[in-house]
Design a protein around this ligand. Structure first.
Ligand SMILES: [Zn+2]
Length: 331
């Protein structure tokens, strides 16, 4: 298969074109390192000034969606230790969190001294959703470029549950551990507003509601949340504007008692369902749902191209895929 000579995007990726040297259009359109560094500095400044305005005003400064993976663990540590924020960590159990990840979450929140909530949505409802997503892509095609349909469903439930909690507890920031490859710096500090949230919720709520009905209601905002008595928080994903390397992340989180789980695929450090989501996506579309993220990381110098290619080529553990299918009742 033809792959960009600069990043790792394959010829099967939607909308890709190559020039004579084999460089893809995404690479040719990318910003220079100098512009990227300037932007990072600008966003760090902006974050610092927002903290001045909001820090200490509520019982928590930030709610973090804490998956227990390497990136969100590092993000949590930075917010607590470097920015001295009072953080509430929220983890979700979709039924496929490895035991080692549960241990990591406990070690990290204990070592950092942060409050933590483990939320487990109804497994029968999740099963319905994951099974349907393994058969059909229920969202617009554009979403498939960045994540499998299964992953998008899980993430949507997490994002809106977190937003609901942040509104109800009046927390000014919701933090995510997105890598700079997963989400661009331009979205790394984003104020939620009623209209945008309404639109975004509708886009995922309707397809999910067709699958699972009113049982998904607790995971989304209700009409009352759109009244003026609630303050909409900022979404932040600080890895986009911080200086770091994968090596530093692993060093830092090891000191907090984090150990890599086994059985997960090469692109997840916290979820076994991800292996199945990847297999379905690759069979259906012929490219790895992590190709886009890893290509960005390579292009921006966070990851060696050879490491990224290895990760994309590494097959999912068939025992994990078998376990997931069995638990979901899929033959
Ligand atoms: Zn490229």
């Amino acid at each position: 298969m033809k792959v960009c000579t600069n990043c790792v995007l394959p010829e099967t990726f939607p909308g890709i074109q190559f020039n004579k040297e084999g460089k893809c259009n995404f690479c040719l359109d990318s910003k220079s390192a100098e512009i990227r560094e300037g932007r990072k500095a600008e966003y760090r400044k902006r974050f610092a000034s927002l903290l001045k305005e909001h820090k200490g005003k509520s019982s928590y400064d930030a709610l973090i969606c804490y998956s227990g993976g390497k990136d969100s663990t590092h993000t949590l540590s930075v917010l607590k230790k470097d920015y001295s924020l009072n953080v509430l960590a929220l983890s979700f159990d979709n039924g496929f969190v490895p035991q080692q990840t549960c241990d990591n979450i406990r070690n990290v929140v204990e070592n950092l001294g942060v409050d933590h909530i483990f939320f487990k949505p109804r497994f029968d409802v999740m099963t319905k959703i994951f099974c349907e997503c393994s058969r059909h892509d229920i969202y617009p095609p554009k979403t498939l470029e960045r994540a499998s349909t299964i992953c998008t469903s899980c993430m949507s439930i997490i994002k809106f549950t977190a937003l609901r909690l942040a509104l109800e507890k009046d927390i000014p920031f919701i933090a995510f551990g997105w890598s700079p490859g997963q989400a661009p710096i331009t979205s790394s500090i984003m104020k939620n507003n009623q209209q945008m949230v309404k639109m975004m919720q509708k886009a995922v709520y309707e397809p999910l509601h067709r699958v699972a009905g009113d049982d998904i209601r607790p995971y989304f905002l209700e009409d009352r949340h759109f009244s003026d008595s609630y303050h909409f928080p900022y979404n932040i994903h600080p890895l986009a504007f911080l200086e770091y390397s994968e090596e530093e992340i692993y060093d830092n989180i090891a000191r907090l008692g984090w150990e890599a789980p086994t059985g997960v695929d090469a692109n997840s450090t916290n979820c076994l369902l991800n292996s199945f989501g990847n297999v379905v996506h690759k069979e259906r579309f012929g490219y790895n749902p992590y190709a886009f993220e890893l290509a960005n990381l390579v292009r921006e110098g966070y990851l060696e191209r050879s490491t990224a290619l290895e990760r994309l080529d590494q097959p999912e553990d068939p025992r994990t895929v078998k376990m997931v299918k069995k638990k979901l009742g899929i033959r």
